[in-house]
Design a protein around this ligand. Structure first.
Ligand code: KIV
Length: 296
C-alpha cells in the first residue's frame, strides 16, 4: 500500500518525500531549482515500476522511448510508436499518484493523444523550438532534451559524448536557451561534459535534468533497467559510464527462475505447502464412480 504521511518519512535512515494524493505540478518542479533541491527523475514503463518508484519518492517519472530498447527489444529507440508510448504511459499514470509523469514524443510523431501524462519530452534544440512553442501555447507542458539525443543516433554516429568542442558546446547552450525561450519547463542534458552541464544549468532559469552530465545539474534521470541492472540492453555489452548499478536484479531474477525450473524438473515443486488438499472419502467416491469396468 502507498503510505500517506504529512511529513517526510524516515525509513531505514533514508529521508523520502511524503507520498500524497496530490500530483506534483510543473510549478512544483520549477520551484525546486531556486531552493537548491535536486529533482529525482527515473524512467518507468509499467504499473509495478511506477508504483515502486513512487513509493521510493521519485519526483518525475519518464515514460522514455528507451522503452523500445529495454522493454520491447529493438536495437534503437527509432521504431517506438506513439501507440507504444500511450499504452505504457497509461500504466505508469495508474501506478503513480505524486510523481509528475512525462511521456516521450517518439521519433517522427508530433501529434498528441490523451494518455493522462502531465507533460511530454521532445528531443532536439533550436530546430524543435517552434514545435515546443506550439505545444506550450495549446497548454501542453514540455521537457526539452539536448546533448546525446538517441532519436538522432544515425546523425550523431553513435552514443558519443556531445558538446566537447567550443563550437559544439556553444551550440548546445544555444539549443538549451532556445527551448527555455520556447516555453519548455525543464530540459534533459544527456551525455555532455560535467562542466558544460554546470554552465548550462547556471545560464538557464528552468531546471536541467542530467543523465551522464555530472552533479551540477538541477536533477538527475536514469533508466530503470540500468539502475537496477534488470535485463538492460547494455549488459553484457558496454555499460555507459553514467550508469551506477544500485542493484543486480537481473541476476537475482535469473537465479530465481533457474531454481524454479530445476525444482519443476526434479519434482520438488510444488510441495504439499503449495498444493490443495481433498477429503480422502470424496476422492474414493470419485474414483469408484469413474472407474472403468474391467474387460470381460
Ligand atoms: O528515453 C529515455 O529514457 C530518455 C532518458 C534517457 C532521458 O530519454
Amino acid at each position: 500500500m502507498v503510505q500517506q504521511s504529512a511529513h517526510s518519512e524516515l525509513t531505514m535512515g533514508v529521508t523520502r518525500p511524503p507520498v500524497t494524493a496530490a500530483r506534483l505540478t510543473v510549478a512544483d518542479i520549477q520551484d525546486m531549482k531556486p531552493r537548491g533541491e535536486k529533482i529525482v527523475m527515473l524512467t518507468a514503463y509499467d504499473y509495478p515500476s511506477a508504483r515502486l518508484a513512487e513509493e521510493a519518492g521519485v519526483d518525475m517519472l519518464l515514460v522514455g522511448d528507451s522503452l523500445g530498447m529495454v522493454v520491447l527489444g529493438y536495437d534503437s529507440t527509432l521504431p517506438v510508436t506513439l501507440e507504444d508510448i500511450l499504452h505504457h504511459a497509461r500504466a505508469v499514470v495508474r501506478g503513480s499518484q505524486r510523481a509528475l509523469v512525462v511521456a516521450d514524443m517518439p521519433f517522427m510523431s508530433y501529434q498528441l493523444k490523451e494518455a493522462g501524462a502531465q507533460a511530454v519530452k521532445i528531443e532536439g534544440g533550436v530546430h524543435m523550438a517552434e514545435t515546443v512553442r506550439r505545444l506550450v501555447q495549446v497548454g501542453i507542458p514540455v521537457v526539452g532534451h539536448v546533448g546525446l539525443t538517441p532519436q538522432s543516433i544515425n546523425q550523431l554516429s553513435g552514443y558519443k559524448v556531445q558538446g566537447r568542442t567550443p563550437e559544439a558546446a556553444e551550440r548546445l547552450l544555444e539549443d538549451a536557451i532556445s527551448l527555455q525561450q520556447a516555453g519548455a519547463f525543464a530540459v534533459v542534458l544527456e551525455t555532455i561534459p560535467a562542466p558544460l552541464a554546470s554552465l548550462v544549468s547556471k545560464r538557464l532559469r528552468i531546471p536541467t535534468i542530467g543523465i551522464g552530465a555530472g552533479v551540477g545539474c538541477d536533477g538527475q534521470v536514469q533508466v530503470w533497467h540500468d539502475l537496477l541492472s534488470y535485463a538492460t540492453t547494455f549488459v553484457p555489452r558496454h555499460i555507459p559510464r553514467h550508469v551506477k548499478q544500485y542493484a543486480n536484479l537481473g541476476a537475482e531474477i535469473r537465479g530465481a527462475i533457474e531454481q524454479y525450473a530445476a525444482e519443476v524438473r526434479g519434482g520438488s515443486f510444488p510441495t504439499t505447502k503449495e498444493s490443495f488438499r481433498m477429503d480422502r472419502a470424496v476422492l474414493s467416491e470419485v474414483e469408484a464412480a469413474t472407474a472403468k469396468p474391467a474387460r470381460g
